[in-house]
Design a protein around this ligand. Sequence first.
Ligand code: NAD
Ligand code: MN
Length: 498
Amino acid sequence: MAPTDLLPFSTTNLPKQLFINNEYVESSNVRKLTLFNPKDGSLVADDVPLAGEEDVDAAVAAAQAAFPAWRKIPNKARQEMLLKFADILEKHAETLAELTRITLGMPVSMGKAEAGIYVQTFRYYAGWIDKFVGESYPQENGFLKITRHEPLGVTAGIIPWNGPVVLAAFKAAPALATGNCFILKPSEKTPFAALALGSLIREAGFPPGVFQVLSGDGSTGALLASHMGIRKISFTGSVPTGKKIQEMAARSNLKRVTLELGGKSPAVIFDDCNLSNAVKWAVGALVMNTGQVCYAATRVYVQEGIYDEFVKLYKEGLEIRAKAIGDPDNESTAIGPLVDEAQFKRVTGFIERGAAGQGCVLTGGKSGTSATGHNDARGFFVEPTVFMDVNDDAEIYTQEIFGPVSVLAPFKTEEEVIRKANATEYGLMAGVFTQDINKALRVASEFESGMVGINCVSLSFPDAPFGGSKQSGVGRECGRAALEAYTETKTVMINLTY
Ligand code: NAD
Ligand code: MN
């Protein structure tokens, strides 16, 4: 798509300035980010701003200045801005996808899916603006009590690289809808779509300081998490970083924290399931975004009566998908490269160590050029890879790999499989496949996870709570839950006998 005045950026004119107070500005930090295209390892840019302390302070100051007026603007005006922003995002979705793809390698088809969700998310939260009401309590001894949901003030979102605009939307939309100012810190691996949002933010009519974008790395994230002027951090990323964020939040000003962290999600497939449906979801869950999805079903448990047949169909399904590994710019590509060399080394390291003694490889295992089946790519490609006969203390069984790698294991009884499914510190998502409604609901209630799919797995919706139990997170995003998380409940007590 040709650049327009509205969105002046493209892959040949990348956004390389911070967006503070509705202006694109240079960073005061001399350090810069360097980015590569994962489909061939070529340099994309080495001069992308890495926001430092002065930049963060400037953004927080602008947000603090904007907040008093922003929290009070009429519902209708706020709603129109969010709706207009959704419209503009939709109009420029193709360019935003290109700006993401150039450093993430997310295929064209997946970019379209991402756009559908982030546009819907802004529209969904625009709709809440005049409906997120407080409560009134029974009168007692002459007192009336009512509650109000009040914005927190300056809030910030720190996001990973695997869905750079949709994850921004999950945080920004409810934050802005409830009257907060919001600062977005995209991943150092995928800054461009986020930085490009500035021109659209301005066009949608958000006042200066309300919605700002600071590219940077973990050091920028740490400045935000420990800032005394920020009242909430919503973080999506890994468990170790999430723990640091919560610690920094506590040590500074006890800012509110939402954490959306990793997973090692189980899919539990019973003898009485619809087998082709179970195979379809299990395959889709593993290959989506090249396995770089927090809620991917990466532990697949299959009851012994259908185990052999499932093994055959799962392998076939993954091998069909593996044929469409390739150039993410190509419309017919289903699986692109992993995001960068570091992730490639991490995932292929797990695969190599796994194959060298932790289990046997059912399918996949190849990486780099050989994974694409043709020689025109040199990027960070990895085949969907499944291990069998893995001990339950092996690293490929216990750790989040964040690539298209799963372990497959048979089970006999419901009790046994629930014990296995829950034997992890993660608790993001789980899936159960059966045509017995009682068993489905029983198992769904036994899973220790924030989300459960029945006859589906590894999916989410902007209008329903999203998040994990145990070490997969704290709090929920999406749905009404996010509105609660971006507001303080104020109780007002009225003396009726005065
Ligand atoms: P990461 O934790 O390395 O980084 C995430 C973000 O945190 C980045 O923006 C990074 O710059 C920032 N950061 C890094 N160190 C920081 C620090 N000390 N203080 C503040 N910010 C810091 O995660 P990643 O490798 O980018 O993403 C992969 C992880 O994200 C996986 O574990 C995955 O499961 C998880 N994830 C979770 C969800 C979810 O909703 N639950 C969604 C997508 C990804
Ligand atoms: Mn990381």
